[in-house]
Design a protein around this ligand. Structure first.
Ligand code: CTP
Length: 407
């Protein structure tokens, strides 16, 4: 079996400079610094003196394990401004105030944050936070336009309740959104799936019995969502066709929600019209109630049983004509290899990702998965128990090998 290094953390080995400017939402930047580290990044914080009024540099020093620079004249390192800027694989400014946007748009370098942004050649992501009138002001909007035209990326501001008590556009994006936007930005710059359209299906389906009941299954959608995120992290444009699952839409991914197999089929026919790959991680129901009732089914007092007639659903992946590289899943509880091998030609797949859902750590709703990949050329690859994100990357590595050259 070829050696491989599982890719568990999305920001592994990256150096992220976090700029913090003075807004009441500064407290959220502490959580952001912590989550960036948990995602594998080395985090270096630079702050404006105004930000240091809201939150202590000590908080960031404790969270990142690194010195925090507020005063550019007192930095321990000579030429610190340029060194911080040079080390960065990406710079995130969160929160970015109206003053910060103006400084950046005009190339000012009056504080450590603006100065680092001017000196770096790494991609920059801004998460603005301010009063809605300040955000909507033509001066701010012009600055935003200038920065966008220069290739600076934005996440938010979001609509909602502001510190003033008013509602409007001006809230700092939530931490998962900021990290999602950063991962997307890095993927779009350097990812190996840039310019590709990857379609992923996830979750189970709900087949209605009557207006209040359905037949469903235990699929959590986690494997499909992990693949969608990993493909976005590698620069792909991702369409995620999702059954009814309790998962937030990852940033930068086009999500289409469906309930039934019939709806999933229509959504996937549309999405795969121009796709480079279709990864069928969903668990569509094989059968649906043949005659769903228009009204809630009532029980009679003397009724001891109820028989429901089921009709077979179409096999979605088998009925899709193309879609590019075709990847299926086989969740089995026995005879894994035999069933997976049978499904490969029947569904015209390039490879199938099989797992024993009765094995510990590999079932529905877990964060991990242990898979075996069966290829259409007879190759078989076995993997250890991995995070679903790591499994997602090894699936995408194999998708990439099979992609048609880009036109
Ligand atoms: N699949 C599909 N349409 C269906 C059922 C399954 O496209 N109606 C896809 C799944 O998304 C998966 C693959 O086919 O990628 C295998 O699904 P699985 O449920 O393991 O197999 P089935 O073909 O449904 O066969 P069985 O349930 O008898 O094992």
């Amino acid at each position: 079996m070829p050696a491989f290094t599982p890719r568990d953390l999305p920001l592994q080995d990256l150096h992220i400079v976090l700029g913090v400017t003075g807004s009441i939402s500064c407290y959220k930047a502490a959580d952001l610094a912590s989550k960036l580290r948990q995602a594998g990044a080395a985090v270096e914080v630079v702050m404006t003196p105004a930000a240091a009024q809201f939150i202590s540099p000590l908080t960031f020093r404790s969270l990142t394990g690194r010195d925090v620079i507020v005063d550019m004249f007192q930095a321990a390192e000579a030429e610190a401004h340029v060194e911080v800027a040079r080390r960065a694989d990406a710079m995130v400014i969160a929160p970015a105030t109206a003053d910060c946007l103006a400084s950046l748009a005009h190339g000012l370098a009056g504080d450590m944050v603006a100065l680092t942004a001017l000196a770096t050649r790494a991609p920059i992501l801004l998460a603005p936070a301010m009063d809605n009138h300040m955000w909507e002001h033509p001066a701010t909007q012009e600055n935003v336009l200038t920065l966008r035209e220069r290739g600076v990326a934005f996440v938010g501001p979001m609509e909602g309740r502001l510190a003033s008590g008013r509602t409007g556009a001006g809230r700092l994006a939530e931490v998962p959104q900021i990290i999602g936007a950063l991962r997307q930005l890095l993927g779009q710059r350097t990812g190996d799936l840039r310019g590709r359209h990857i379609v992923v299906s996830a979750g189970g389906t709900h087949e209605p019995l009557d207006p209040v009941r359905f037949i469903g299954n235990r699929s959590s959608g986690r494997m499909g969502f992990a693949i969608a995120e990993a493909a976005r992290d590698r620069g792909a444009f991702v369409t995620l066709v999702a059954g009814p699952v309790a998962l937030e839409t990852p940033w930068g991914i086009q999500r289409v929600d469906i309930q039934t197999v019939a709806e999933m089929l229509v959504a996937l026919e549309q999405a795969t019209a121009d796709s480079d790959a279709i990864i069928m991680a969903a668990a569509p129901a094989d059968f649906r109630p043949a005659h769903p009732a228009d009204h809630k089914i009532k029980k009679a007092p003397d009724q001891s049983s109820l028989t429901i007639e089921l009709a077979q659903n179409p096999d979605i992946i088998a009925s899709l004509p193309g879609g590019g590289v075709r990847v299926g899943f086989a969740a089995e509880t026995r005879n894994l290899a035999d069933y997976a091998r049978q499904k490969l030609p029947a569904k015209r797949l390039h490879f199938i990702v099989a797992n024993d859902v009765s094995a510990p750590g590999s079932g529905f709703g877990t964060e991990t998965n242990q898979v075996v990949i069966f290829h259409d050329d007879g190759r078989v690859e076995e993997f250890p128990l991995l995070s679903k994100y790591a499994v997602a990357h090894l699936i995408l590595d194999r998708v990439r090998e099979r992609l048609q050259p880009q036109s």
